[in-house]
Each structure stands twice: as structure tokens, then as C-alpha cells.
Design a protein around this ligand. Structure first.
Ligand SMILES: C[S@@+](CC[C@H](N)C(=O)[O-])C[C@H]1O[C@@H](n2cnc3c(N)ncnc32)[C@H](O)[C@@H]1O
Length: 184
């Protein structure tokens, strides 16, 4: 087992609700959620990077480290991310703090958070935080193992959002579906 896989498993065992998976996302899922990003994508924010599988794919797509900001609650993951991704801004704290710490105008928020295992109020706080920093037309990208967005129609309506389902990535444990949320 690689050091990253072992770190991920240890953090899952000590925080099952927040980490929610025993293995990181596959590189195929990470590339799929970062699809379309590039050097001209503007400021990107990632919620819940864990060991950094998706972070790596965002940088590999051409986003400059100076344009990437991470929010990760787990201190051991934060230490790992700081070593692995010099030049990327890393906040050790919850995604809900983003509007307090960042100026609006972010192009895309990419989330690896286990939104489905969160309570409705927490999920809604996270979405409110994301759309408070996003520029008009900005998107919130998320993957799900449940083949449907973590928010039902009523929750989306109450937040003024709409969902677009993206493709399914079979090469992941378990297979995952990408979706994007936009202001309705
Ligand atoms: C399912 S893991 C995903 C890790 C990584 N994105 C991946 O796809 O491999 C969820 C991550 O979200 C972090 N997390 C959970 N709640 C959070 C919150 N409110 N704000 C920021 N990070 C959070 C966990 O510590 C964990 O690193």
C-alpha cells in the first residue's frame, strides 16, 4: 500500500463521517472532474482535497498553483498537501469559512466533500459558501456514488440552484457520477 493510501485509510478510520471513503478518488475520476480547466480558467477553489488526487488533476490541467486555493479540515491531510503542492494556498478549516477568507470572483469550486453523508443544514451551508465566492456563471462540481445529486429538487430550489448531470466514471471505487451546480 502506498504512503498516501495508508494515510487516507488511517484518516478514514479516525473520521469516518468526514472522510467517508476508504480509498482516494481514482486518477480517472480526478481528471474527469477537472476536465475543461486550463491556464485561463481563473481562480479555482477545491473543497475537501484529502491527499490531493483532484488537486493534482487540477494542476495537471494547467491551472497555476497561484490560482488554486484548498479548504481541508483534517490537519494530517493539510500537512501532506503543504509538502506535495508548494505554491498552492491551503486553508486548514471548513469549506463553510470560504466567504470569510476569500474575495468573490472564483470561476469554479471543485468539491470532493461527502455531501450525501452530511446533514441537510451542513450541506446547505457549504453550498451557500460556494456560491458566495463564485463569480456569476461559476460552477460547483461534485462527484457522487449515488448516481444523483446530493440535493433533491426542493433543496436545489430553496438555494436557487440547478443541477447538470455529467458523465459516469466507472474506473473508481465505487464508480462515481459527476454533476455540476449553477445559479438557476
Ligand atoms: C471523500 S474525502 C475526498 C478526498 C479527495 N477529494 C478525493 O477525492 O480523494 C473527503 C474530504 O473532505 C474533507 N472534509 C470533510 N468535511 C469538510 C469540510 N466541511 N470542509 C473541508 N474539508 C472537509 C475530509 O477531511 C476529507 O479529506
Amino acid at each position: 500500500m502506498s504512503n498516501e493510501a495508508a494515510l487516507f485509510l488511517r484518516q478514514f478510520l479516525s473520521n469516518p463521517r468526514d472522510v467517508s471513503s476508504v480509498v482516494p478518488s481514482s486518477r480517472w475520476l480526478a481528471r474527469a472532474i477537472a476536465e475543461g480547466l486550463g491556464p485561463n480558467s481563473g481562480r479555482i477553489v477545491e473543497f475537501g482535497p484529502g491527499t490531493g488526487r483532484i488537486t493534482h488533476a487540477i494542476l495537471e490541467a494547467g491551472v497555476s498553483p497561484a490560482n488554486l486555493t484548498l479548504f481541508e479540515m483534517n490537519g494530517e491531510f493539510v500537512q501532506h498537501l503543504k509538502t506535495r503542492f508548494p505554491g498552492v494556498t491551503i486553508h486548514h478549516g471548513p469549506a463553510q469559512d470560504a466567504p470569510r477568507l476569500l474575495a468573490p470572483g472564483v470561476s469554479h469550486v471543485i468539491s470532493g466533500l461527502p455531501l450525501l453523508s452530511f446533514s441537510g443544514p451542513l450541506r446547505q451551508d457549504i453550498l451557500r459558501a460556494a456560491f458566495a465566492i463564485l463569480a456569476p456563471g461559476g460552477s460547483f462540481a461534485q462527484f457522487t456514488y449515488a448516481d444523483r445529486p446530493a440535493l433533491d429538487g426542493e433543496e436545489l430550489r430553496s438555494l436557487g440552484l440547478r443541477a447538470e448531470l455529467g458523465r459516469k466514471v466507472w474506473a473508481n471505487i465505487p464508480p462515481a457520477r459527476i454533476y455540476r451546480l449553477y445559479k438557476a
